[in-house]
Write a protein that binds this ligand. Structure first.
Ligand code: DQA
Length: 156
């Protein structure tokens, strides 16, 4: 079985997980989530590369590099992305994902459809292979499972 390389991207303010609005986002820190994803990845034959940034352009750069051949960040087979607030605004991140042609799953800890109206709109969702929202930190692990499944057994 080929080892898949999965890039996990975390957008702005997700570095504050653990203390930030635990009612919406739970108590796990970003480091806890990344550690758990490495374990889940091991069981699925997937290598996890994770990256967090508070800056839109840095996220765009990282997506562009994902399609390249660098051993550190390139050769990425799939992307799990929680774009955080950029979900609702960023055409730049959408364009970068489309240009990369790398399948991606959009993730949210909270159920964005139960929250303020401005969070209901995603600039990415219609281009995603799937969307996971509302399961707290487990949204990431579920997204990783779904993404590896789709990469190994495409729907069409
Ligand atoms: C979020 C939801 C976004 O609306 C919010 O701006 C975030 C986190 C989530 O994981 O639930 O920062 O993406």
């Amino acid at each position: 079985m080929k080892t898949l390389r999965i890039l996990v991207l975390h957008g702005p303010n997700l570095n504050l997980l653990g203390t930030r609005e635990p009612g919406h986002y739970g108590n796990m820190t970003l480091a806890d989530i990344n550690r758990q994803l490495i374990e889940v990845g091991d069981s699925l034959g997937a290598e996890i590369v994770s990256f967090q940034s508070n800056h839109e352009g840095e996220i765009v750069d990282r997506i562009q590099q994902a399609g390249g051949s660098s051993n550190d960040i390139g050769n990425i087979d799939g992307i799990v992305i929680n774009p955080a607030a950029y979900t609702h605004t960023s055409i730049a991140i959408r364009d970068a994902l489309l240009a990369s042609r790398i399948p991606f799953v959009e993730v949210h800890l909270s159920n964005i459809h139960r929250r303020e109206e401005f969070r209901h709109r995603s600039m990415l969702a219609d281009a995603a292979a799937g969307v996971l929202a509302g399961f707290g930190p487990q949204s990431y692990a579920l997204a990783l499972r779904g993404l590896t499944e789709i990469l190994r057994n495409p729907l069409s």
